[in-house]
Design a protein around this ligand. Structure first.
Ligand SMILES: [Zn+2]
Length: 290
């Protein structure tokens, strides 16, 4: 189980969300069999989506983060519900790159530096909310920070990290998202910046046993933080046979007839959890009648 905590400064002016997404990133690697650098990239995006999901107001709301850029990994997608349960996928799970100049996994090399971050919020309205910003670095945390500044006009700092073991499993993953409500003083901003600057990488803190609450309280050090709420989060796909049928139907009846003609059994794999749904020719023809 992942753990996400939301905290607030005593004066109510600063919100800080922090999470341990180790289990989520671990599961994502197990499903998609990603190489280390893609594990880190997708793990970071899943973590950001989860924290943004928990900010949604409505129970049935969801948020989708999609990065479309010029790196070899192709598109990265992460979808979260309003309880921080996430799922994700990537076009090319295996990308091998040298470590970057800091000796770290070169996430921006895999994701690309030129491209867009799309944020789609399904708030239960007729049309979803769609925000989009050009990538600033492809390292993802900075891109999320930039998204909030540009698209939602909320001063934000985001930190994300994924530590990958030599055997390619995930050792630790997590992140924090701190946001200033309007009217923050210069002093508050300076103190907060200092707190964030002095922070170790979040994945390292988690690997050393820090809890999300301890991380959030360090970010809000000096602001008498309190816990707002906590969520148990997990990698969760809500695919079902009915959903796959709807997706098939959206391809059109002619296409379904063709598929039924071509093979006895058509298998459809879910991009997010790789569960396989089988449809016989008869199933497809039945579906096409709808
Ligand atoms: Zn699925």
């Amino acid at each position: 189980m992942g753990k996400l905590v939301r905290t607030i400064s005593q004066d109510g002016g600063i919100l800080c969300c922090a999470m341990d997404s180790t289990d989520i990133a671990y599961r994502s690697e197990q499903i998609h069999r990603t190489s280390a650098v893609v594990t880190a990239g997708l793990g970071r995006l899943l973590t950001a989506a989860s924290m943004m999901g928990c900010m949604l107001k409505g129970e049935d709301n969801s948020v989708t983060l999609r990065i479309q850029a010029d790196g070899p990994a192709g598109n990265l997608i992460a979808v979260s519900d309003s309880r921080g349960n996430v799922r994700g996928c990537v076009d090319n799970p295996v990308v091998e790159l040298e470590l970057n100049q800091f000796g770290k996994l070169d996430v921006s090399g895999a994701v690309g530096k030129n491209g867009m971050l799309y944020v789609v919020k399904d708030l239960g309205l007729k049309e979803p909310y769609v925000g989009q910003v050009p990538l600033v670095s492809g390292e993802i945390a900075e891109d999320i920070t930039n998204y909030f500044a540009v698209s939602e006009q909320i001063p934000t700092v985001c930190g994300l990290g994924v530590l990958v073991n030599p055997n390619l499993t995930v050792q630790a993953a997590g992140g924090f998202l701190v946001q200033l409500l309007p009217g923050a003083s210069e002093e508050t901003i300076a103190r907060l910046e200092e707190n964030v600057r002095s922070l170790e990488p979040v994945s390292k803190m988690l690997a050393n046993g820090s809890t999300p609450q301890q991380i959030a309280f360090r970010v809000l050090d000096g602001f008498a933080p309190q816990v707002l709420d906590e969520f148990n989060t997990e990698y969760r796909c809500d695919c079902s046979r009915a959903r796959v049928e709807r997706a098939l139907l959206s391809m059109g009846r002619g296409e379904l007839e063709d598929m039924a003609q071509e093979r006895e059994v058509t298998q459809v794999e879910c991009h997010f959890c790789e569960k396989v749904y089988s449809f016989t020719s008869k199933d497809l023809r039945e579906l096409a009648k709808n």
